[in-house]
Design a protein around this ligand. Structure first.
Ligand SMILES: NC(=O)c1ccc[n+]([C@@H]2O[C@H](COP(=O)([O-])OP(=O)(O)OC[C@H]3O[C@@H](n4cnc5c(N)ncnc54)[C@H](OP(=O)(O)O)[C@@H]3O)[C@@H](O)[C@H]2O)c1
Length: 280
């Protein structure tokens, strides 16, 4: 496999892609009392993270930017987590047969080393799952693949009680973490932390990411910038929500250049740390 170039911090050095994020010190921010909340996205140069897919009802990661090298790093970040945060949209997309994949860590042979690594570290075979949902529209069929993991749903006090009961009847743990129908970011993360989760990997999309950034509880962002310009008028970008004021200022922690994907376009692999909580 081709090497990457480390651009920041200096000096510039060449290093392997495999294990790059596995050996990134995710533990640095974690102590016995605090959770590390981290996220990961791939975006085009014009800021698209998802576009409509031909013949599908839902958006997906554009084929022109998605690539196996980035996917490997996404899996390495998942391998280190004890909890994945996703959205009900993912479960609806899965039920419609339109999801990109099952939730990580992937069962693929390519990720066998990551599954073994988890066990060596004393982690569960797979991370548990937390689903953000206001509607509580989570098709039962899409939960079948995750019977061996704890599944939590984070919603608001005002969410439909009948749907809460129906989910609980399927062994889903439903938690209220907000005054309306939405979960609030700070309450949601406190709740997860109080349940003992310490490495919380956020792999939902723009609204969940926004919810956590706004509450000041996201601590680290891994961002792949694929060197392609996609256009399109109906797209998702990193965040969705009212303007953030003051605008958060994550600081660059590391930057790598990968010249080999997607195709030969190249991509930058950036990692940002957010300063201490800014408050909701
Ligand atoms: N390129 C990338 O790296 C990348 C990464 C992630 C996702 N994506 C793509 O981005 C697109 C959008 O993803 P997404 O729909 O999962 O993103 P999202 O905007 O984070 O999630 C949407 C759903 O999450 C629930 N939700 C969000 N915030 C909530 C809150 N505060 N409280 C309660 N529920 C909340 C709602 O579910 P209910 O409707 O059930 O209320 C909402 O419909 C997808 O096409 C996905 O493939 C791309």
């Amino acid at each position: 496999m081709h090497d990457l170039l480390q651009l920041y911090p200096p000096p510039t050095t060449s290093l392997p892609l495999e294990r790059l994020y596995l050996e990134h010190p995710l533990h640095r921010l974690v102590d016995d009392a605090t959770a590390l909340v981290y996220s990961n996205f791939i975006t085009s140069l014009d800021g698209r993270i998802a576009l409509p897919h031909p013949g599908q009802a839902t958006h997906g990661v554009p084929a022109a930017i998605g690539n196996a090298r980035d996917w490997r790093l996404y899996q390495e970040l998942a391998a280190q987590s004890d909890l994945l945060v996703t959205s009900a949209r993912y479960f609806r997309q899965y039920a419609a047969g339109e999801a990109q994949d099952t939730l990580p860590v992937g069962n693929d042979e390519r990720f066998a080393d990551l599954r073994a690594w988890r066990l060596d570290q004393g982690l569960n075979a797979q991370p548990d799952i937390a689903v953000f949902s206001a509607s509580l529209d989570i098709p039962a069929v899409s939960l079948q693949a995750y019977r061996t993991r704890r599944v939590h749903v984070l919603t608001g006090n005002g969410a439909d009680p009948a749907r809460m009961d129906a989910l609980r009847a399927q062994d889903v743990e439903v938690h209220s973490a907000g005054a309306g129908t939405n979960a609030e970011g700070g309450q949601a993360i406190r709740l997860l932390q109080n349940m003992g989760y310490r490495r919380i990997y956020v792999i939902a999309g723009p609204s969940v990411f926004y919810t956590l950034v706004r509450a000041g509880v996201l601590q680290r962002l891994y961002l792949t910038l694929a060197h392609r310009i996609l256009g399109g008028e109906d797209f998702d970008s990193l965040t969705w929500g009212s303007e953030l004021q003051p605008a958060p200022q994550p600081r660059l922690r590391s930057l790598f250049y990968d010249a080999y994907a997607p195709d030969d376009a190249g991509q930058l692999l950036a990692c940002y740390d957010f300063p201490a909580a800014i408050g909701p």
